[in-house]
Design a protein around this ligand. Structure first.
Ligand SMILES: [Zn+2]
Length: 58
């Protein structure tokens, strides 16, 4: 997955829960810090760009 803002590599944190790996944090851009909009964050007002890209602005 690549960042829609800077094109950098995005990575997420996974932990083993006994059955398999579970994603425990949203994808985040290693380059600029943009994060994927997902169920991990408090709801907040999104800009049109954020809705379009699915990423919070860094
Ligand atoms: Zn980025």
């Amino acid at each position: 997955m690549n960042c829609p803002y800077c094109g950098g590599e995005c990575d997420a944190h996974f932990e083993h829960n006994g059955l398999g790996f579970e994603q425990v944090a949203p994808y985040v851009c290693m380059n600029c810090g943009a994060t994927v909009i997902g169920p991990y964050d408090d709801p907040r007002e999104l800009s049109e760009e954020e809705i379009r890209t699915g990423f919070y602005k860094p």
